[in-house]
Ligand binder design. Structure first.
Ligand SMILES: Nc1ncnc2c1ncn2[C@@H]1O[C@H](COP(=O)(O)OP(=O)(O)OP(=O)(O)O)[C@@H](O)[C@H]1O
Length: 363
């Protein structure tokens, strides 16, 4: 038997599509090392977003295809997850330790932005990322309840706050610090200042992703926040009604204005599934979110049904992804979070390194 060449290996790897990056392994620049030793090929792959169980599935697929198609007897495949930091708005600097901040926004209130944010955060964590959640929905902070966290954050030095923690998620919310109805009387500048403090004065440590649950709407507060928080990408949550879609478009425009890439649109409550008979009905109309995404040239990340269990689980402080990890809805949240992080992985990387402070001393 003639020796197998690197070209033959590459040809097989070019024939394997990465599900969430939607490119073949070579085009996605995932193949980091190929070594042929006797009748075995060792392939090292780098995956730049958290993909959980798909990692093993992909490794098995690569191994099987190489052994069947390249002419080599045995393939050993390793896949390493390496999440990069991505660029933020030109005028801002990334927060040290936090690789990527992703803002979750909605054009209007009540569309399920907080529920979607928390489940996306939990899905990223379940897939192997280190994740934080900043509840910036200062007028109605719901993350403490959804994450099942009560009490107040500690401050060890009197200046910075230790994040609260549950389900492997580090969390900070104004809801931990003030009475529930206090923030309602705050005006724009107070809100942005409070949020900047919560973001900057929390000891987040090292995070792959910090999910920011923004206040609903696209007014001045939201605009200022998207100008001041160094975000790598944004996600827009909408429901399929025309009015919600109209408002969601304003959200797209807002991020365009501040040059933050929109990673995609999530359609929540897209379909109602009868808990009695399982009948599926598009009570708010069909295909609206997808159409909006297509028209605006952004990605459609997926849809969640209007399902009472999603509501109940979040209200009980155990959102779907942790309450029912093997459910269909968890699978939907994971698909959305993988598509979202894969989209981000294809954006520009932030290579800025830590520079030491230069202190000029007069002698
Ligand atoms: N897919 C869903 N199916 C059923 N109920 C849902 C779904 N998504 C969210 N909900 C419920 O809808 C209500 C509003 O959701 P949520 O608080 O997440 O919305 P929001 O957009 O963040 O609201 P706000 O504008 O108040 O911040 C909650 O009771 C939540 O449990």
């Amino acid at each position: 038997m003639s020796e197998v060449t690197r070209e033959q290996i590459d040809t097989v790897l070019q024939g394997i599509q990465e599900r969430y990056l939607e490119k073949d392994l070579v085009a996605a620049n995932m193949v980091k090392d190929v070594e042929i030793k006797g009748d075995t090929v060792f392939v090292h792959i780098e995956q730049n977003y958290p993909s959980g169980g798909y990692r093993d599935e992909l490794a098995d697929e690569i191994k099987a295809k190489l052994e069947a198609e390249s002419g080599i007897a045995k393939a050993e495949v390793t896949i390493e997850q390496k999440i990069a930091a991505h660029t933020v708005q030109k005028s801002l600097k990334r927060i040290e330790g936090i690789k990527n901040i992703i803002a979750v926004a909605s054009g209007k209130g009540g569309v399920g932005k907080s529920t979607t944010s928390v489940n996306i955060a939990l899905a990223l964590a379940a897939d192997g990322a280190s994740v934080g959640m900043l509840d910036a929905d200062i007028y109605g902070p719901s993350q403490p309840r959804m994450l099942g966290i009560s009490g107040q954050p500690q401050s060890d030095d009197g200046k910075t706050l230790e994040p609260m923690m549950n389900y492997d998620i580090k969390a900070m919310s104004i809801g931990f610090l003030v009475e529930e109805d206090t923030p309602m009387i705050w005006r724009g500048p107070m809100v942005t200042q409070a949020l900047e403090q919560l973001l900057n004065d929390t000891n987040w440590g090292e995070l792959d992703y910090l999910i920011v649950d923004l206040p609903p709407g696209t007014g001045d507060t939201q605009l200022t926040l998207s100008q001041k928080i160094p975000v790598s990408g944004a996600v827009i949550v909408t429901t399929p009604q025309d009015i919600a879609l109209l408002d969601a478009r304003k959200g797209l425009k807002m991020f365009e204005k501040v040059e933050v890439p929109v990673l995609g649109v999530v359609e929540n409550m897209s379909i109602h599934i009868c808990s009695e008979c399982g009948h599926a009905e598009h009570i708010f109309g069909e295909g609206g979110g997808k159409r909006m995404a297509d028209e605006s040239d952004v990605d459609y990340l997926g849809a969640l049904p209007l399902d009472y269990t999603i509501c109940q689980q979040a209200d009980e402080g155990r959102p779907t992804v942790v309450a029912d990890p093997d459910s269909k809805n968890t699978e939907l949240y994971k698909e959305i979070s993988r598509k979202m992080s894969a989209r981000l992985a294809s954006k520009g990387k932030d290579y800025s390194t830590k520079f030491p402070n230069i202190v000029i001393q007069n002698t």
